[in-house]
Design a protein around this ligand. Structure first.
Ligand SMILES: *Cc1c(COP(=O)(O)O)cnc(C)c1O
Length: 472
């Protein structure tokens, strides 16, 4: 596993495995694998891609490209599946949607309707969900550098939980809560020395990263003491987040063992019961048909039984469980629609030709390929073609050779400017991480359902961008 310099939490990259096998039958190129595409994706009568009952050509004509399309039913079904998997009658639990994956007011309302709460990690995310009408008791506040203004906003919104991440923050929050005559409920974020990704995890004693208090060094224990000394803070539980794009429960098993061990220490040394155990997010999704993440139901059952087993061993009452999925709620529901601008054959070794297919977006709307070597499925979306498969690299329009959307793909050899391409599973960490690099305005996001489309985020205009420059 390769850790990205930005930190282990972002080390989700795997070296690219090279080109997928050349499909034998050109008709395979049009196939929409249900493991990867959103639930309503299908080919319409003329062969074009239809999402939520809306043809992509019509969507592109109305809203422009690049365009993010979100399948509303897919999001709602996944949210409901998480809720029913985790929050069972014999063990009530909380599912917090990690807002950083993608955030819009309408989307957040779908999730709240499905019974989810929301995790935010900045004042901006907090402001949006508060203004969207999410009640404070459904909000959890993360972040390793919450400012006085952000903590104050959190207290004003009466957020349900603050996940504290440093001594400075504990003192800051205690003072602000005391000044308001409030008692803030906090979780301590602990780093347990587990870093998980797909089917792998690394377990160490120490973790060299910015988040949390380490168990091994005793920092977590000191944080508990610091909180216990503050009458304006109440320690309700512990938090651990071990990685992203995780396909099985092995890493969670080790993490839960360590956190529950610490919960026993908190009881024994500080006489504080740990009522809540938040195991964070990171539940994976299929970007490729070969990806095989555990579904919510099986992951939930395994996490529950791991926590029960550990608590039994430590002679602790089983705390209320919480999880924070982001990607697994919105990732599979999103599709990016691009228009092809140019197709350029480039000769590689031994006469092999790769077509560089340039689209009208790129690293400004999907940085994950450049940042994490992420892999995606891409198809010709505006029509079907029976032309022979052609080895392609789908690239953006930015001035960087690393501006790649899909590194290796097979697309029909008659692909031409004006065709639409669709990239699957772009609902998480694409629009949310979008930039205006090269002064390319950020794309719109539309929700689709039953043949109707509604704007979740409007397209940024050139005027939006130019307005920021007072020299103009
Ligand atoms: C990013 C993050 C999440 C969500 O991660 P996903 O991989 O999108 O599920 C949850 N909790 C914390 C603390 C995070 O940093």
């Amino acid at each position: 596993m390769r850790a990205h310099p930005a930190g282990p939490r972002h080390g989700e990259g795997q070296p690219s495995g090279g080109a997928p096998v050349r499909p034998r039958d050109p008709a395979e190129l049009a196939r929409l694998d249900p493991r990867v595409w959103c639930t309503t994706a299908q080919r319409g009568p003329g062969g074009e891609l239809v999402l939520g009952g809306c043809g992509v050509s019509t969507l592109a004509a109305q809203y422009g490209t690049p365009l993010f399309v979100m399948d509303e039913m897919d999001v709602r079904q996944r949210a409901a599946a998480f809720r029913s998997a985790y929050d069972v009658p014999e063990a009530p639990a909380d599912v917090y949607y990690a807002a950083k994956a993608f955030l819009s007011a309408t989307l957040v309302r779908w999730l709240v309707e499905a019974g989810l709460s929301v995790d935010v990690c900045t004042g901006g995310e907090l402001a949006l969900v508060v203004r969207a009408g999410v009640p404070g008791e459904r909000i959890l506040f993360h972040g390793n550098n919450k400012s006085v203004a952000e903590l104050s906003a959190g207290l004003d919104a009466q957020v349900h939980r603050f996940v504290v991440d440093s001594d400075v923050e504990i003192d800051r929050l205690a003072a602000l809560a005391a000044a308001r005559g409030l008692v803030a409920d906090v979780l301590v974020r602990v780093t347990v020395g587990v870093e998980a990704h797909t089917h792998e995890f690394i377990a160490t004693a120490h973790e060299d990263q910015k988040f949390g208090f380490s168990l091994a060094s005793g920092a977590a224990s000191q944080a508990v003491r610091r909180i216990a000394a503050q009458p304006s803070l109440r320690l309700v539980g512990l938090h651990s987040h071990i990685g992203s794009q995780i396909f099985d429960s092995d890493g969670f098993d080790v993490a839960a063992h360590r956190v529950v061990g610490f919960a026993a220490t908190v009881r024994d040394e500080h006489a504080i019961p740990v009522e809540e155990l938040n195991l964070g997010g990171g539940m994976g999704i299929a970007y490729l048909p070969s990806d095989d993440p555990l579904d919510a139901e099986h992951m939930a059952a395994q996490l529950r039984s791991i926590v029960q087993r550990e608590c039994l061993a430590a002679d602790l009452p089983v705390p209320r469980l919480a999880v924070e999925p982001g990607r697994a709620i919105v990732g599979p529901a999103g599709v990016t629609v691009y228009e092809v601008g140019t197709v350029k054959p480039v000769e590689l070794d031994q006469g092999v030709v790769r077509a560089y297919v340039s689209v009208d977006g790129g690293m400004s709307d999907n940085i994950r390929t450049a940042l994490y070597d992420a892999d995606y499925c891409v198809v010709l979306a505006s029509r079907v073609s029976l032309a022979e498969p052609m080895l392609c690299r789908v690239v953006g329009k930015h001035c960087e050779s690393g501006d790649v959307v899909v590194r290796d793909a097979w697309l029909p050899a008659d692909l031409a400017p004006g065709d639409l391409l669709a990239v699957a599973a772009t609902g998480a960490y694409c629009r949310a991480m979008a930039s205006t690099y090269n002064l390319v305005p950020r794309p719109a996001v539309v929700g689709v359902r039953d043949g109707r489309a509604a704007v979740l985020l409007r397209r940024e205009t050139m005027e939006d961008l130019l307005r920021l420059d007072p020299g103009l």
